[in-house]
Design a protein around this ligand. Sequence first.
Ligand code: NAP
Ligand code: MG
Length: 483
Amino acid sequence: MATVAFEGLAIGGQRIASADGKTAPVYEPATGEILAQVAQATAADVDKAVKTAHARFSDGKWKQMRTRERGQILQRIANLIREKAEMLAQIESKNGGKPISAARGEIGAVANTFEYYAGAVNKIHGQTIPGNANGTLMTFREALGVCALIVPWNFPLVIAGWKIAPALAMGNTVIVKPASVTPLSALALADLALEAGLPEGAFNVITGSGSVAGKALVTHPLVRKISFTGSTEVGVGVMQQAAGSIKRVSLELGGKSANIIFGDANLDTCIESSLFSVYDNAGQDCCSRSRFLVERPIFDEFVERFVNRTKTMKVGNPADEQTEMGPLITPQHRESVINYMNIGDGEGAKRLCGGEIPGGDLAEGNYLTPAVYVNVNSGMRIMQEEIFGPVVCIMPFDGETEAIQFANDSAYGLSGSLWTRDIGRALRVARAVETGMLSVNSSSSVHIEAPFGGMKESGLGREQGMTALEHYSEYKSVFIAND
Ligand code: NAP
Ligand code: MG
């Protein structure tokens, strides 16, 4: 048997074992094989990482570096990500079960994120404000201190990048807590950041469980900010625990986004795009449009064409260039998706295709074929709860008002799409849907230049764009009297 690599915690520029030497395996979802043994941080390791990050913040080596130089280091990280893109894409594809073509796209996006914030470093600043003639009133934008960045498994490096880059750009130091099942790419990025010249201890990675390492970060008195992406359930607990020391909190949580398709939509484009809007990353996407609302006159035609195309989706090994959908992240997660399908069956919904476990070459992986449900209504659990798998519910609507009402009949409000060629209607519906992001005649929610985040129970705060920088800094007002 091949020896499995050991991956240590990344603290202060070193890769080290945890205090008690504990490790846990991480697996390849396509085969069930062990990819690496990863250190499991204890509360003592978290304390060490936080104190290291705090010391680096306080000594000013990063925070007080000339902003132009800080930007250059972030740009060098972007360049190194591009240089090592294939290595990083292989990690993301193997560990996350992502089709290699998709993983390559994600790594490109991570480089773009660092590049965007490299350019932003010296373009965010305070103001002088007209106030009292007897003095000068001004504001400064101050870094917060140690930021704890808690990341889920579905887009491990993309989401880590959305947090690390703006946090570092503002002069903070960071501790990343990747998901237990996908820690490898964040560790590789920490190595690249050192190579790019980032001062040791400015970017640390703590691997280990949410209940031990995550909790220790959230409750540590020297952590000033928590940026959490994950489930709404865990997010609620993070917010409650952070309240104890008034930590700044941003939350990017779950979704149950609507894909609203009007009768005048260009169905050829819409069907192809909608397929990926729900099955991308095997449906394990917070922005997944898992509720399709289709105007009644085209409902039957849309469903027939969508089901036919769903049946041709290439589910297979992520390493294969032709694969459109890889396995789900873990056997347990596949169980939970199947359980939701059983709930849907019990609620009277009708499955038109998919939801099967493939055999043959794919039998060892956590594969599941994409499933389409009709005969659904807003009262059903499969229409309200985030399934986080390749399962879509399609429901008819009559007219604009009903479309908006159905779209908003959700505790979530993260993303969504709208298909129509009527510009007036596009604007009216886009304004009325309670969601943080909406794309018209498109399924793309992610633009590094624009704010990303949710309304209602989908979250608090925004990532990406210049807006993200506000969540990693605060204002200080200074008044200087004329003497
Ligand atoms: P999760 O179970 O909530 O975990 C997210 C992260 O929190 C993981 O690193 C996890 O560590 C950690 N964690 C767990 N318990 C914790 C605790 N008590 N204190 C501190 N940290 C803790 O979410 P997931 O299963 O990884 O990801 C799926 C969810 O993320 C979905 O609901 C999805 O919608 C959401 N998501 C949202 C966005 C967005 O931008 N809105 C993007 C992607 C995903 P462990 O891995 O060790 O449990
Ligand atoms: Mg989880």
